[in-house]
Each structure stands twice: as structure tokens, then as C-alpha cells.
Design a protein around this ligand. Structure first.
Ligand SMILES: Cc1cc2nc3c(=O)[nH]c(=O)nc-3n(C[C@H](O)[C@H](O)[C@H](O)COP(=O)(O)OP(=O)(O)OC[C@H]3O[C@@H](n4cnc5c(N)ncnc54)[C@H](O)[C@@H]3O)c2cc1C
Length: 401
């Protein structure tokens, strides 16, 4: 199915990468995704395949062994992968955000140390802002780092780490009051620490525990965990960028590209839902004809396809804006908001087209129905996107009277 979600102006290399990824998705992901998801099984063979394709290093500069591709290429690959199984795009996404933050904000030593091994997928990234008492309100973080000689001692509890168990490098945002007097704005007293650890669960490093996987309604296969720091000692040279107090801005930069990524996931899941819906509608007969011949179902298909097209166009626009070096928070917020809402609606329509069979675990749409809601939450809820969009609009359209 290739009529929808086309992207004009791609280079030969971009087209080649996308064709390879689509082929991989069709042959290696779609046939096994639903079964693995129902078993909540980590897709190791798929991850190994993605490593071979070089996808863990897609945006890492060539000098560090990556492919040095743009955010657009990355987002279009994510769209393809999410079309196959959204959880697989989640496995890559936190890795990509951490690599991006290192590339943008890391010291030379940090880049040299981590990026080549991240490009091969040997080091795998996760990022951690959320805590049990906060997600949207990042400025309320209570986890804390206190300096002790050439080290920092970290204490606190983190929540909702995608790839918390399988990763070996976690970018953790904590409060660090050192050098920042009482009364400093919360976002100026936060620091990102680069925390290396063993993969797995339990005490993965002295002072650092990853309890088991959180049991989720969807987005299965990929591990989502808590992270507990109890006297965790991190050397001062593992402060991202070498200077404390910059963590909030570094994380927000990472989340901004992450929003394009979530938009791309929404596009991919919506495309798959459309494919399933349009196919089923031509096979199922009621009242003597395929349900696709009933106007009510055709209207649904028309609405679904229009939403797929609109979300794809906004996602591509947001990615291109960032690639051009311009600020893209408005476009990324809009793309994330629209693509995730449309994804939920397209999946719901495809589910309705399936009638009772959509409720059966034998049909792929059942999985998509449980996956789509995650996109309404991750990288900032719809309300948070609207706050970002609204504030930016008021900056752009300031009343001059
Ligand atoms: C599967 C999964 C994976 C995740 N992975 C990660 C990860 O890898 N790393 C990480 O750091 N976090 C991760 N998260 C956390 C995610 O970012 C947060 O869940 C999200 O930001 C929302 O925060 P919250 O759950 O605390 O909801 P809250 O912030 O408590 O919000 C609850 C409700 O109130 C609304 N709300 C909040 N503030 C306002 C406001 N000012 N105005 C209007 N409405 C408001 C919200 O929109 C929401 O509807 C993950 C979450 C899930 C479910």
C-alpha cells in the first residue's frame, strides 16, 4: 500500500533506507508482532536485525560510526517501524534521544566514549525525567544529587523508564543545588547525569535498582520500569556537558525531537489501522454486498485516509524544520498533538469496521487498539502540547496595540 503518506523530495539514499526498512518491517516484524505482543516478549531477533541495518546509529554522525542521517530520515523510519509494531519504535526512541542529547550537549570526551558504541547498538540508551509524583510538571522533580569530592551522590525514585531494564546508559534528570543559591528557578537547578549500568533487573550497579517490568495494557514487549537511586555515586565527568544546572534545557531539547518521533509513530500506527480497515471492509459482506460498498463505511475510510495524510504532512514539516536548524517547538507540538489524536481516531474506526472480530485477539486491530492511547501520553500529553502551542502562538502574534 503506497498511495498514502508519500514524502516529496527525498534523496536516493533516503529512499533506499526507507525501502530497506519497509521490507524488514513486512518480512520480519508484522508476521510475528501480535504473537510476541500477546506474550509480552522482548523482540530480541528484531532488535538484532535493526542493529545489522545500522538503525541504532541512524542519526549519529559518521565520525562516530553512525549513518549521519537527518531527523526526517529517522522519523520516516520510525513511521515504517511503528506500522509494523509500535513497541519496536519505542526500543529505538529513547536510545535516539540520548544519542541526540550527547551529540548536542556532551563534552568531547563523553561523545568519544559513548557515541561509537551507541552507533552499533552495543550501548543502549534510556532517559528518565518522570517520577511517581510527576510527569507533566518536570520542574517539580525531587530526586537529588549532592556533590562529594569528585563524585555526586544521587538519591530518589524515578518512574516510567522505557527500556529501563534493557538499556546500559540512562540519562537521568535530578535536582542539583550545588552552585545554585536558594530561590534559583527550578529549571536552572537541574542536571542530567549519564548513568552507566548493567542490563537486567534488581541491583544493576551499587546504589541503583531497577525493579521488574511495569505490567501495561499495551506497548508490550518493550520493558518499562521504575529506577531507584539510593546513594548512587556518579563521577563528576558524567554530568552531561560537564556543567550542572543545564539539565532541564538539555532534556527539553531531547524531548522536542522525541515529539517528532511520537508523531511519526502515530502516523505509522494509523497507516496500519487504515490498511487493516480497508482490507477487511472489502472482504466482509452484509446485506448482500461487501461492507465497503455501504456509504457509511466508505465515509469512514475517507476520513481515516484524510487523517493519515494530514498527520504525515505535519510530521514531515516538523522534522524538516528542525533539520533546517530552525526552532521547531510549535511544529513538533502540533504534529505530536494532531498525529496522536488522529491515530486514536483512525484505530477506533478500523476497530468498528471489524465489528465483533475487532474484539478478538486473533485480529491485529485488537493490539493497535491497546497501543494507540500510549501516544496520547508519552513525550507530553495533549494538554501539555496545547500549552506549548498556545504560548508560542502568543509570542508570535503578540498584541501590538
Ligand atoms: C508507557 C509509558 C512510557 C513512558 N516512558 C517514559 C520515559 O521513558 N521516560 C520518562 O521520563 N517518562 C516516561 N513516561 C512518562 C510520561 O512522560 C508521563 O506519563 C507523561 O508526561 C504524563 O505525566 P503523568 O503520567 O505524571 O500525568 P500528570 O502530569 O499527573 O497528568 C495527569 C493529567 O492532568 C493533565 N495535566 C497536567 N498538568 C496540566 C495542566 N497544567 N493543565 C491542564 N492539564 C494538565 C495531563 O494532561 C493529564 O491528563 C512514560 C509513560 C508511559 C505511560
Amino acid at each position: 500500500m503506497s498511495r498514502l503518506a508519500q514524502t516529496a523530495g527525498l534523496t536516493d539514499i533516503q529512499q533506499e533506507i526507507l525501502a530497506t526498512v519497509r521490507d524488514f518491517v513486512d518480512k520480519e516484524i508484522i508476521p510475528v508482532a501480535t504473537e510476541l505482543e500477546h506474550r509480552d516478549e522482548y523482540p530480541q531477533a528484531i532488535v538484532d536485525g535493526l542493529k545489522e541495518l545500522g538503525l541504532f546509529g541512524l542519526m549519529i554522525p559518521e565520525e562516530y560510526g553512525g549513518l549521519g542521517e537527518s531527523l526526517l530520515t529517522y522519523a520516516l523510519c520510525v513511521e515504517e517501524i511503528a506500522r509494523g509494531w509500535m513497541s519496536v519504535s519505542g526500543i529505538i526512541n529513547t536510545h535516539f534521544i540520548v544519542a541526540y542529547m550527547l551529540k548536542q550537549h556532551g563534552t568531547q570526551e563523553q561523545k568519544d566514549h559513548f557515541l561509537p558504541r551507541m552507533a552499533t547498538g552495543e550501548v543502549r540508551g534510556a532517559f528518565s525525567m518522570s517520577e511517581p509524583a510527576l510527569g507533566s510538571d518536570v520542574s517539580a522533580i525531587t530526586s537529588k544529587a549532592v556533590r562529594d569530592g569528585e563524585e555526586y551522590v544521587l538519591n530518589g525514585q524515578k518512574m516510567w523508564l522505557t527500556n529501563g531494564g534493557s538499556s546500559t546508559l540512562v540519562a537521568v534528570l535530578v535536582r542539583s543545588d550545588e552552585g545554585h543559591p536558594e530561590g534559583t528557578a527550578p529549571h536552572k537547578s537541574m542536571t542530567t547525569f549519564l548513568v552507566e549500568k548493567e542490563p537486567g533487573f534488581g541491583e544493576v550497579r551499587p546504589g541503583l535498582t531497577i525493579p521488574g517490568k511495569i505490567d501495561k495494557m499495551g506497548y508490550k514487549g518493550v520493558d518499562t520500569t521504575e529506577l531507584i537511586m539510593d546513594g548512587l555515586r556518579i563521577p563528576a565527568n558524567r554530568v552531561l556537558g560537564g556543567t550542572t544546572g543545564r539539565g532541564f534545557y538539555q532534556m527539553m531539547d531531547g524531548v522536542e525531537v522525541g515529539r517528532v518521533n511520537v508523531a511519526a509513530r502515530g502516523c505509522g500506527v494509523a497507516q496500519r489501522a487504515f490498511e487493516l480497515g480497508v482490507s477487511y471492509a472489502q472482504q466482509r459482506h452484509t446485506f448482500g454486498k461487501p461492507i465497503a460498498q455501504h456509504q457509511a463505511i466508505q465515509f469512514k475510510l475517507a476520513e481515516m485516509a484524510t487523517k493519515v495524510e494530514a498527520a504525515h504532512a505535519m510530521m514531515v514539516n516538523a522534522a524538516r524544520k528542525k533539520d533546517s536548524g530552525e526552532r521547531n517547538d510549535l511544529e513538533a507540538g502540533m504534529a505530536k498533538y494532531l498525529a496522536s489524536e488522529y491515530c486514536k481516531e483512525v484505530v477506533e474506526d478500523a476497530f468498528r469496521i471489524h465489528g465483533g472480530y475487532g474484539f478478538s485477539k486473533e485480529y491485529e486491530i485488537e493490539r493497535l487498539y491497546r497501543e494507540a492511547p500510549m501516544l496520547l501520553i508519552g513525550e507530553g500529553t495533549a494538554e501539555i502540547q496545547k500549552m506549548i502551542i498556545g504560548r508560542r502562538l502568543l509570542e508570535e502574534y503578540r498584541f501590538q496595540g
